[in-house]
Design a protein. Structure first.
Length: 414
């Protein structure tokens, strides 16, 4: 194979669309089709700033944001239109289809069920509706002739349940009721309790149903809402052999990542943006030798293959330290340190992106080599929380690798 030719054409859209891909950090409630959101809002009488796609792009779902708060504003609208079984099923189905159409063969979709729950929508209702939508899309795709005859790898998915670092009565009817019933507890105590309730519901559902719940996550504001407030809930899922990921190092420093790994047994880290930022080490104990602390943390992550779920466009939109350029992103340093990383969308609607766009951005701006791209793609499949036996996962990953190499050979030749 001509290496120079490969490198030059590596970010061609045709090639990136064809290769098998993953999205392991994908929020269901941040990834609706905009047309669907508007249609559901009209149907369910949810007030929007605009009822046209152009208007919503101008007012809410922008190409760039002034702050993380502005970025997160869109979730108020997406969650509001998703509080029916039919809406959750439809959004799940369409999200799977959108991924399939760009060559994504495995996704792990995360969301906080409690933000959709109410007196009319139980945890079971929410999870079942999500499952029905994804299963329908999966079965339709996997019954195609090229899948059935083994020419191409199948599509698969897993569901990750999110607890919230911060929540209050404004987040949903469920939260309003929960906080009202715990009005004598302070905020962190109530958040701890609601997180434990979610962990218990999740582990019980796994035992009773075939819904592919593959992981547990902690999302939301880091500062002031530490990971150790969720030790009990993570202990519950850990004792029940559920895989774990944690949003950490997105807006806070290396110590937040350390806490996610040590206190919450994290197998993967969502974002991990500030992993190498010595200035973000704040505790007196670690600050005196921040360089060594960061080095040891990075080494631990590398040695234990704790995967970092990188979301480039999302970081560009919410983190002023990047000054709008991927050249300032620590991704290059992560790759040079041989860390296990995956490239993800975070929120397809809110970030106005796709997996293909994310890969194109990273390859072009980070000068990714063919070998590095292959590693990133394969890490996505190897480090996924696959719903099946280890033997089944190995077979699936082997099929993916063979297909990746086949596409590479067909596209670039010898």
């Amino acid at each position: 194979m001509n290496k120079n030719k490969f490198t030059k054409k590596l970010y061609d859209e045709e090639f990136l669309l064809k290769i098998p891909k993953t999205d392991l950090h994908l929020h269901l409630d941040g990834s609706l089709r905009l047309s669907t959101l508007i249609e559901l809002a009209k149907k369910n009488k949810v007030e929007l700033p605009s009822y046209t796609e152009a208007g919503m792009r101008q007012e809410v779902f922008k190409d760039s944001y002034n702050s993380l708060d502005e970025y997160l504003r869109g979730f108020a609208y997406t969650c509001a239109v998703m509080r029916t079984k039919e809406a959750i099923e439809r959004v799940s189905y369409e999200l799977a289809i959108d991924n399939q159409n760009e060559g994504v063969r495995y996704i792990e979709v995360r969301f906080a069920p409690q933000t959709l729950m109410s007196d009319d929508m139980s945890f079971e209702d929410v999870m079942n509706s999500c499952w029905i939508g994804f299963e329908r899309a999966k079965n339709e795709f996997n019954n195609r002739p090229e899948i059935l005859n083994g020419e191409e790898p199948s599509f698969n998915y897993g569901i990750i349940v999110c607890a919230m670092r911060f929540c209050d009565e404004r987040f949903s009817p469920f939260f309003a009721s929960f906080f009202k019933n715990h009005k004598y507890s302070d905020s962190l105590e109530t958040i701890n309790l609601v997180s434990q309730e979610l962990a218990k519901a999740t582990t019980k559902m796994i035992k009773k149903t075939n819904i592919p719940i593959v992981g547990f996550d902690l999302a939301g504001a880091e500062k002031g809402y530490p990971a150790h407030n969720h030790i009990q809930s993570y202990d519950i899922v850990h004792r029940n052999f559920l895989s774990k990921t944690v949003h950490a190092g997105e807006a806070y420093g290396p110590e937040s990542i350390f806490q996610a790994i040590t206190d919450l047994h994290a197998d993967r880290i969502g974002h991990g943006f500030y992993l190498f930022d010595e200035k973000k080490v704040v505790s007196k104990k670690n600050k005196t030798n921040a360089k060594e602390y960061v080095h040891n943390l990075a080494q631990y992550i590398a040695n234990n293959r704790i995967t970092l779920e990188i979301c480039p466009t999302s970081n560009l939109q919410t983190n002023p330290d990047l000054n709008g350029s991927m050249k300032n992103h620590p991704l290059r340093k992560m790759i040079d340190h041989k860390l296990s990383i995956t490239i993800n969308t975070d929120n397809r609607l809110i970030s106005n992106t796709t997996v293909t766009k994310e890969l194109h951005l990273v390859i072009k701006e980070m000068e990714i080599t063919p070998a590095q791209l292959r590693n990133i793609i394969i890490y996505g499949f190897k480090r996924c929380f696959y719903n099946g036996s280890y033997a089944e996962k190995r077979k699936y990953v082997r099929n993916i690798i063979d297909y990746y190499e086949k596409i590479t050979e067909e596209y670039f030749g010898n």
